[in-house]
Write a protein that binds this ligand. Structure first.
Ligand code: AMP
Ligand code: GLY
Length: 421
């Protein structure tokens, strides 16, 4: 099978690593890729948000299967364009990708599917939004409706903070994404992410994970794309996962199918768990980054078979082969992230790291300059390890982190603290 993978982050490095281990993969091209991905696959420059360009590239390179990593090409309809051209593709249509691209759409689907989630109001005008906030009081959550690269959510602890967030959004702080806002009830509890594959009809759980969104130790400081993750998430017990499937995921998938927009791909189900009840925080229409890194570490080569079965509508017969293991990833980021940070700082010590099915250094934002590996983004490396216990995975991951010589970078030393406390 000739495979094209779209994306350039740590998520895509982990996907590429898993796919490459499967003997069914004859050739793997990643567009655009990064310096780490270039060590294991061919990289190609391509405008991945332009469906016609991607379809033409598939034609020229005899691609049999396309895996779409990030949300932007999905929201832009790249999967639709590929399917129109008869190219097998893993990832939802633009209509189904609205589960991530529009928060008000997701709330409306949850209403129709009777799926437990936070109470909310949907507004296109600042005064009505403010009146709702004054009536509900704080804490309260203000969300830009559209895609805002993970930055469009303000968890406001005071009414003033919420009112200011509404002004920011309507004055264009999030561009078009903030032209509409959703204001939600604040949910207390512990968060976990649940990953399922859906082929339009059947749903197959493929793992749970917990992210660390805050930049600082003890979950303090501003939100980031994620500073580390581990899998499985102990808070999401089998009973809770079954409840989430029965009450949230399956009804949502059935509602999408009923509307003529069946969902095909991986669904990232963000849950808040309190008193034995899961409620939906959000859906994403792609793997989490860095959650994908720990899932791929645990799934290995079978990830390709599962994604392929999903794209071909064969999930009813698919099984996940689980080992009773644990994985952890520690994100190394450029000093200053998630604020402004320097690019081009040199990273040493990578060549000495062993790369096995137990230990991998996935690259998120790196480039090669004059033979050196340099940082080219905010989140730069994802140091990922597997073990029989979470403590063992953690010990391995931090031993690798210690071996990396990068004065321009930093990391959180407490990834896994909730599960290991
Ligand atoms: P989202 O982009 O919707 O995932 O929101 C980003 C983060 O904001 C989530 O991971 C939660 O930590 C937090 N959050 C979002 N919605 C709520 C809510 N209704 N109650 C409490 N926290 C929330
Ligand atoms: N790590 C959070 C996300 O991928 O959305």
């Amino acid at each position: 099978m000739n495979i094209l993978l779209l994306g350039s982050g740590g998520r895509e490095h982990a996907l590429a690593w898993a796919v490459k281990q499967n003997p069914k993969c004859d050739r793997l091209i990643v567009a655009p890729g990064n310096a780490g991905i270039a060590q294991i696959a061919e990289c190609a420059a391509l405008d991945i948000e332009k469906g016609s360009a991607v379809a033409a590239f598939c034609d020229e390179n005899a691609i049999d299967f396309v895996i779409i990593g990030p949300e932007a090409p999905l929201a832009a309809g790249v999967a639709d364009r590929l399917r129109d051209a008869g190219i097998l593709c893993f990832g939802p249509s633009a209509a189904a990708a609205r589960l991530e691209a529009s928060k008000s759409f997701t709330k409306e689907i949850c209403d129709a599917a009777n799926a437990p989630t936070a109470g909310y109001g949907h507004f296109t005008d600042a005064e009505a939004a403010k009146a709702y906030i004054r009536a509900e009081g704080a804490p309260i959550v203000v969300k830009a409706d559209g895609l805002a690269a993970g930055k469009g959510v303000i968890v406001a602890m005071t009414e003033d903070e919420a009112l200011a967030a509404v002004d920011d959004m309507f004055s264009g702080a999030f561009g078009g994404a903030g032209a509409e806002v959703v204001i939600e009830e604040f949910m207390d509890g512990e968060e976990a992410s649940f990953f399922v594959l859906c082929d339009g009809e059947d749903v197959l759980p493929i793992g749970t994970a917990q992210d660390h969104k805050r930049v600082g130790e003890g979950d303090t400081g501003p939100n980031t794309g994620g500073m580390g993750a581990y899998s499985p998430a102990p808070v999401l017990t089998d009973t809770l996962a079954e409840k989430a499937l029965a009450e949230i995921v399956r009804p949502t998938m059935a509602e999408m199918a009923k509307r003529g927009t069946p969902y095909q791909g991986v669904l990232y189900v963000g849950l808040m768990i309190q008193d034995g009840q899961p409620r939906l925080v959000e859906y994403n229409v792609r793997f989490g980054d860095p959650e994908c890194q720990v899932l791929m570490m645990r799934l290995g080569a079978q990830a390709l078979d599962l994604m392929h079965a999903c794209a071909e509508g064969r999930l009813a017969g698919a099984r996940v082969n689980w080992a009773a293991d644990h994985a952890m990833t520690v994100v190394m980021a450029a000093q200053g992230y998630p604020g402004s940070y320097e690019k081009g700082t040199i990273i040493k010590g990578l060549d000495a790291l062993s790369e096995t099915s137990f230990e991998m250094c996935f690259h998120a934002g790196t480039a090669k300059e004059n033979g050196c590996t340099v940082a080219s983004g905010g989140r730069v490396l994802n140091i990922t390890a597997r073990g029989a216990t979470l403590a063992e995975a953690q010990q391995r991951a931090y031993a690798m982190v210690e071996a990396i010589d990068w004065p321009g970078g930093f990391y959180r030393a407490d990834i896994g603290w909730r599960a290991l406390k």
